[in-house]
Ligand binder design. Sequence first.
Ligand SMILES: [Zn+2]
Length: 100
Amino acid sequence: MFLFIPLICGMRNFDRNYDSNPEHQGLYCPKCHNFGVTPIKRREFFAFYFVPIVPVYWGKQLKCSICNWRQDFKTDEDLQRVVEEQKNYRNNPVYTTAQY
Ligand SMILES: [Zn+2]
């Protein structure tokens, strides 16, 4: 005898702040050209009855809060390199006038 119970499966994801370093907040977004990118820790799970069971993705990403652009990064060094590159964007007046 079988009992037919609807199986509810899905994906759940969790974004958390990567850190609170102000240098890492408001980075430049290559897609929408706003300074809305922050690093996050992202975890995606396969969920069964809304309970996260199997991790599908576990990593660090840069995420734009305005256009939802995302890019993976692996280490603090990667993040630091992005931050250093972005200082050129901010300090370059030609670039800045092109923005506004
Ligand atoms: Zn964006």
